[in-house]
Design a protein around this ligand. Structure first.
Ligand code: J2J
Length: 552
């Protein structure tokens, strides 16, 4: 039975995806076991001064799974995993997979507001964190989360645990009691069709949605991604983006690299000072970045001596990469650019490595699976003319059929026949490649970090001096977009912009969601039917910025 609150694929579709060979009945636990059998001594993960072989990763995942079980974690339990790019991330998630407990992947930037919500909504049994990362003490965050969520049973800390449970101690809690692919002590391991974990949606609503991904569907996406990116045992993948995010996790990402028996190199930051020496030392063959980071790499490579000879593929995705910058990648970095347009809900598109340069530079790729279905429709869900821009809808062997416990939202986010409404505006080239032309969803894409306007608006509305708020994207040369909040204050107690930002921080909102700019106004422009016209607000702020830029 599917976890309550999760939508399974209708049985005839599940059968079809099995018959077509997409879903092959694999699980993450078994996948690691097989890779350890085939490549035991090869290095799977490099992070800091640790080099972990496949055999070691497999054994440590077993020991940790047994430790989690001794602690009281059970199959089906949810664990919020908020770890940075450290090797323990992989030991933790494979241990949870083996146990059949479900990671909920949060980002290192999330704070009290996001984590409390996730713990409550997912009814989490455990919260797994580092001690201190990037100068932030996650144990203090855990103190606040514990106070707000009494149901949270365990806080597990990688590093100095303080008052909490040390991750390190769990490896030896039951020496010798490894979990044999999850089957020990009557615990049946998860089945391939079971939900393996939850990803977070970029979000368009007040609260982020949880995306249930099954072993079968996700492993299919890893296999296809690894094929398209031509990964094999000699591939070395550099992870600079936060590894919990769907893109560096699966496109092909760290898990796709492990699927192919390659090596994952973890970087704590994407800065060229850290990433470039790692590329040279470890012989990195493929790396994945977001557009703002690609721009930094292009500038750095053009202005300094660096040895990037091993790098064959630079993937750029998460937000639109300008054709101008895309055109500079091959010459400046000496590697092939691969554009990646994907989403945690499923559908991922790649330009292929041997595509003509014109396609690589100007498109966001084509679907990775021949069984991905794409529809481009107008506001009334009618197919648009060939070549015209429309709302992109999709359905396929690794695209979810519904968010977790979100019946009402699902009715809007999916069509009756199971297509996901991506919220993106796209057109198809005659050769079947997608070009992303914009977005219809109420979201700001801040250089790959997604900000749901409504979530920020709700926090602003909680301030006693705010009568109304509307959050929109404003163009930004570097990040593509930044966030601007238009605020109608109460005349009796108008807050300042600095006060509002401090207020949002105080409420525990992740830093990337704090508006970059706040504009006070006494009314909002309206659409014909009387709704706030965000289009007009976007145009207003873009004009203001233009005027500013021209003055300086
Ligand atoms: C324009 N917009 C893009 C691109 C994502 C691979 C790659 C990215 C993600 C991701 C992912 C874009 N050009 N190249 O999960 O596996 C915007 C779209 C999309 C949304 C999804 C993967 N690549 N986008 O970014 O769930 O608006 O996944 O719907 O975070 O990012 O965001 P997210």
């Amino acid at each position: 039975m599917m976890l309550p609150g999760c939508f399974a694929w209708p049985e005839e579709w599940a059968e079809r995806y099995r018959r077509l060979g997409c879903w092959r009945g694999e699980t993450f636990g078994a996948m690691l076991r097989q890779r350890a059998a085939a490549h035991g001594d090869r290095i799977a993960i490099v992070g800091g001064d640790r080099r972990i072989s496949y055999a070691e990763l497999d054994a440590r995942a077993d020991r940790l799974a047994a430790g989690f079980r001794s602690l009281g974690l059970r199959p089906g339990d949810r664990a919020i995993v908020q770890l940075p790019n450290i090797p323990q991330f992989f030991e933790v998630i494979f241990a949870l997979f083996r146990l059949g407990a479900l990671p909920v992947f949060s980002l290192p930037a999330h704070r009290k507001s996001e984590i409390v919500y996730l713990c409550e909504f997912a009814e989490a049994a455990a919260y797994i964190i580092p001690d201190i990362d990037a100068g932030f003490d996650y144990r203090e965050l855990a103190d606040q989360v514990r106070a707000a969520v009494p149901g949270l049973r365990h806080v597990i800390v990688a590093g100095d645990a303080g008052n909490y449970t040390a991750l390190d101690d769990l490896y030896d809690l039951c020496a010798g009691d490894g979990l044999d692919a999850g089957a020990a002590d009557g615990i049946a391991g998860p089945r391939p069709e079971d939900v393996a974990f939850f990803q977070l949606s970029g979000g368009t609503t007040g609260l982020p949605k949880l995306i249930p991904r099954t072993h079968d569907d996700y492993i299919y996406s890893l296999r296809r991604s690894a094929e398209i990116c031509r990964l094999n045992e000699s591939s070395v993948y550099l992870a600079v983006l936060p590894v919990a995010h769907n893109y560096p996790l699966s496109s092909p990402g760290t898990l796709g690299t492990l699927y192919a028996g390659g090596r994952v190199v973890l970087a704590r930051s994407g800065s060229p000072d850290i990433a470039f020496p790692l590329i040279a030392q470890e012989g990195v063959t493929i790396a994945a970045v977001v557009p703002p980071l690609a721009l930094i790499w292009l500038d750095a490579a053009a202005s300094r001596r660096c040895d990037l000879a091993s790098l064959k593929v630079l993937q750029v995705g998460g937000a639109k990469f300008s054709a101008e910058a895309a055109g500079r990648v091959r010459e400046t970095l000496g590697c092939t650019l691969q554009q990646v347009y994907g989403m945690a809900e499923g559908l991922v598109n790649y330009t292929r490595l041997d595509d003509p340069e014109e396609i690589i530079v100007n498109t966001q790729g084509r679907p990775m699976s021949p069984y991905d279905e794409i529809r481009l429709v107008d506001d009334e869900d009618r197919e648009v003319e060939p070549g015209a821009t429309g709302h992109l809808l999709t359905r396929g062997p690794y695209t979810i059929r519904g968010y977790y416990k979100a019946e009402e939202h699902n009715a809007r986010a999916f069509t009756a026949d199971g297509f996901y409404r991506t919220g993106d505006l796209a057109r198809l080239t005659p050769s079947g490649y997608l070009v992303i032309e914009g977005r219809a969803k109420d979201q700001i894409n801040r250089g790959g970090d997604k900000v749901a306007a409504e979530e920020v608006e709700n926090h602003l509305l909680a301030h006693p001096g705010v009568h109304d708020a509307a959050v929109v994207a404003m163009p930004d040369e570097y990040l593509g977009e930044r966030t601007c909040a238009f605020v109608i204050p109460y005349p009796s107690s108008p807050p300042t912009a600095a006060e509002l930002k401090a207020f949002l921080r105080e409420r525990g909102l992740a830093a990337y969601k704090i508006p970059d700019r706040i504009e006070f106004t006494d009314s909002f422009p309206k659409t014909g039917v009387g709704k706030v016209s965000k289009k007009t607000l976007r145009e207003l702020i873009a004009r203001k910025q233009d005027a500013l830029a021209n003055r300086s």
